[in-house]
Design a protein around this ligand. Structure first.
Ligand SMILES: NC(=O)C1=CN([C@@H]2O[C@H](COP(=O)(O)OP(=O)(O)OC[C@H]3O[C@@H](n4cnc5c(N)ncnc54)[C@H](O)[C@@H]3O)[C@@H](O)[C@H]2O)C=CC1
Ligand SMILES: O=C(O)C(=O)COP(=O)(O)O
Length: 529
């Protein structure tokens, strides 16, 4: 049974699939403080949030069972991603569900600031019939600057065209072709600031976008500009904006978000006649809330059930086509990692992963994470290591990871080779996926073998001399260790050789020691997969 904690107001309909799932218990406890969350998070496998809950390192530290933090929305700036990655907690968001809703709120704000709607409403309901103070402007034929041309920015641009606006867009990832398709002109921040009549921001808040519109930009801004921020507080410098309005540079501003939320009671925006505000309502429609909750619940279910999932924020995304191609190899990669780490002595210094054949053609980075997970799990424990933090944990321990690719895979269509270098030795295993048979280890060091990496194994290195197999069999038999299968590999008759035995249960330490005392037997290691 998995326990899911919902700590922000999230659509009931959206999380219904979690509530209905037989293996899930959902607890809804919105509005908890950090201390309250720390006190209870230990019993939960998943945490679902919106933007109110700050998911801090302390909360994740206390979340001993926590596998996933699901954000029912886009921005994850309320979640300590580094802490999550270090602890192997997957953070997912729901990036598509609130795009249109937030785009529409942006237009509501743009129209409202152009026509002074909130100010006019206040006067009217207070009994003042004032038709002189609220002369507005049209959107038609105006230049709209859009900073951040992602999902929301692009939708804003499309709709702005219907209003007859000319659009200047800035986004470091925007290509000329895409700009042309959207019917907008690419421009720099400075060009937008100097030329736009309206400006709207749709970037995440990052060190790069923090105060990207500040004193310097207001100094060269086209007088009379109107500014909308439905993205994140802090992209526009709040103090510099108030100054720019008071100097007559900016004609008006509409903000849905603040540098600190909720803003202090004496925040300069709250009483300013030319600034209109909403309390972070960009994503607040029935439709968007259902969409994001459905999306995030679906992925949380996949993660808890160990199924393929999407929208992880602290892991590079795997395109769907690649995911289906690599998926069968994930188990092979992890088993190879586990196998080699158990057969190698000493602290790991370097991992070399080789991909040959068809695998050389694709992005194998996700698969490398599984190999590294398999290796590190042996040393750090399976609870501590997963595909989110495996590369991070390796880096933290100064383990060098080298990936090599070759189109030639000897006798196999695909081959994954893993070499481990420690202070003491360097060992290698190679494996492949046999259609219909699953993962196979086909090489251990220089010895060709055919081993199914599963269950209790004993890896023996010995000299290829008559009688050795019999002696091993007798010793194990005497100690009640039943051999299920046996594989022997050698390169030269009479030379060094290896034996891989699958046995029905774990082999006691004393029996392994007795094995190494047999004549012509060099080492014996237990490997559990
Ligand atoms: N007010 C609200 O309730 C809501 C706010 N948001 C916020 O809106 C923002 C945009 O959301 P989406 O469009 O869904 O995200 P997105 O990821 O699709 O788009 C963000 C775009 O910003 C661009 N970008 C990043 N750094 C930049 C920089 N330095 N200069 C210019 N562009 C830069 C990216 O290349 C990307 O295209 C996010 O911050 C999100 O959290 C989203 C939904 C609701
Ligand atoms: O999705 C986002 O980034 C938002 O800002 C929406 O926030 P909310 O879920 O309404 O608290």
């Amino acid at each position: 049974m998995f326990k899911v904690l919902v700590s922000d107001p999230i659509s009931d309909l959206g999380i219904q699939q979690l509530v209905d799932a037989e293996d899930i218990i959902v607890d809804k406890k919105p509005g908890l403080s950090e201390d309250e969350l720390v006190a209870i998070i230990g019993e939960y496998d998943a945490l679902l949030v919106r933007s109110q809950t700050r998911v801090t390192a302390r909360i994740m530290e206390a979340g001993k069972l926590l596998k996933v933090v699901g954000r029912a929305g886009v921005g994850v700036d309320n979640i300590d991603l580094d802490a999550a990655t270090q602890r192997g907690i997957i953070v997912i968001n729901a990036p598509d569900g609130n795009t249109i809703t937030t785009c529409e709120h942006t237009f509501a704000m743009m129209m409202a600031v152009a026509r002074h709607i909130p100010q006019a409403y206040m006067k009217t309901v207070n009994g003042v019939w004032d038709r002189k103070s609220f002369l507005g402007v049209e959107l038609r034929n105006k230049v709209l600057g859009v900073l951040g041309m992602g999902r929301i920015g692009s939708e804003v641009a499309k709709r702005a065209k219907a209003f007859g606006m000319d659009i200047l867009g800035y986004d470091p990832f925007m290509t000329e072709e895409r700009a042309e398709k959207l019917g907008i002109k690419l421009a720099s921040v400075e060009e937008i600031v100097r030329n736009a009549d309206f400006m709207t921001v749709h970037t995440p808040l990052t060190p790069e976008t923090h105060h990207m519109i500040g004193k310097d930009q207001f100094a060269v801004m086209k007088p009379g500009m109107r500014i909308v921020n439905c993205a994140r507080g802090g992209i526009i410098d709040e103090i510099a904006l108030v100054e720019a309005i008071d100097k007559g540079i900016v004609a008006g501003a509409a903000f849905d978000v603040f540098e600190v939320e909720p803003p202090a009671k004496d925040h300069p925006f709250l009483k300013h006649p030319k600034i209109i505000v909403t309390p972070h309502l960009g994503a607040s429609t029935v439709e968007a809330q259902e969409n994001v909750a459905i999306d995030v619940s679906e992925q949380v279910l996949h993660i808890l059930r160990d199924e393929p999932f999407s929208n992880a924020v602290n892991m590079p995304p795997i395109p769907a086509g690649l995911q289906s191609k690599l998926q069968p190899y994930f188990i092979l990669g992890e088993k190879l990692g586990s196998f080699i780490s158990q057969m190698t002595d000493g602290a790991v210094q370097e991992i070399v992963v080789g991909y040959s054949g068809d695998l050389a053609e694709v992005d194998t980075q996700p698969l490398t994470r599984y190999v590294v997970k398999g290796i590190l799990s042996h040393h750090l424990g399976t609870e501590q290591v997963n595909v989110v933090n495996s590369m991070h944990l390796a880096k933290e321990r100064d383990v060098n990871i080298v990936v090599q690719k070759s189109h030639i895979a000897k006798d196999f269509t695909n081959l994954v080779t893993v070499s481990l270098r420690t202070k003491k030795e360097e060992r290698t295993v190679a494996g492949t996926l046999l259609t219909g048979y699953g993962p196979r280890i086909v090489q251990i060091d220089n010895f060709p073998v055919d081993v199914t990496p599963e269950g209790n194994l004993i890896l023996i290195s010995h000299n290829d001399k008559p009688g050795i197999i019999g002696r091993v069999g007798t010793l194990l038999g005497t100690n009640d260790v039943n051999i299920a299968t046996m594989q022997v590999g050698r390169q030269l008759e009479g030379g060094s050789a290896i034996m891989v035995l699958r046995v029905d249960k774990g082999t006691p330490k004393e029996v392994l020691e007795q094995l190494t005392n047999l004549t012509e037997l060099n080492t014996a290691k237990e490997i559990k997969i």
